[in-house]
Design a protein around this ligand. Sequence first.
Ligand code: 1QQ
Length: 377
Amino acid sequence: MAGCGSGGGTSSTPAAGNSDSQPAASADGQEFTAKIGVVSFLSGSGAAYGEAQKAGLELALGELNEANKGKLKIELKFEDSAGEKDGAINAVNKLINQDNVVAIIGPTLSGEMFAAGPVANESETPIFGISNTSEGINDIGEYVFRNSLPESIAIPTAMKAAVEKNGLKKVALIYASNDDFSVNGYKVMKATAEKMGLEITGEATFANGDVDFSAQLTKLKQGNPDALLVSALYKEGSMVVKKARELGITGTILGGNGFNNPKVFEIAGPAAEGLIVATPFSPEKQDEKVQAFVKAFEAKYNKKPDQFAAQAYDSLYIMSQSLLAAGKAEREALREQLAQLKDFTGVSGKLSFDEKRNPIGDAVVVVAKDGKFVPFE
Ligand code: 1QQ
């Protein structure tokens, strides 16, 4: 934004320390190299999110380095945060102070971004969320960006479609109370239900890492809801869905962004059938750009991309575009270019950004059918 350049400074930031740590800018017209750090959930209970993000980024990296030959070479440095706040903080510190990256992509979870985003922000290093869907991410500071569609847009879209088509009147909510993303999703679900005049028949919580959800679901079943709204990451979320069906909860089940990964079908099995989710990306979308991406992804990895791969892929295109506009691999110059992003059309749709750099875009509502998500129509 205008005026933010003042005091943004060069190498005087305390965190950056030595001036050598800033990535070198190139002379005019010469190819320059930009080292970008990636912090992702690459091991542990949500490793499939990180795996998808890594795949999307590496596909984009190959394409971009080919297309940008003679102008820009991007290098990616991956760090595994294992979905932990401390892991994310350590990774961000390392990437900024040891690896001297020009920017960071990730971390995967909103909770990790709430913990590690301020570190990057204070070091005046752009940090770009590709799967942080909670409210308040951009409030961390002006170096914090994201292209991930907030749950405040996705969940109401899914709930409206589900209410209209499945005639819901009464809903029950269940969520992970120790995960920022899941808590935020629950709040959006509850506020949307209230706004739509739905009756809330019950609420229950669990913790990430739990494996037994019988007590909570048995209690929620007694309220006889038409739908169960689940805000969770894929592992616990899929086990909740499976258990709910086992216990005879037969109504609609609707989930948030955590369910946008094929692991759901592996864990929940046939119980996933009918699960409704909103996503900014569907590999089924009949769009030239989307289908070219799906084809390239399938050729490289022998499977279809999910929304985590798609948003990761898009983020590197945004980085590339902004770095080329900056003409150098320099943190402040890159931040200024990222802040000017008004519209971007990627494989996960058309995004515009509000004054707080929050993405605004459309969600597609999908439903689980025969082991995959298809448009809910
Ligand atoms: C967040 C999310 C998760 C589902 C990412 C894996 O949306 O943490 O914001």
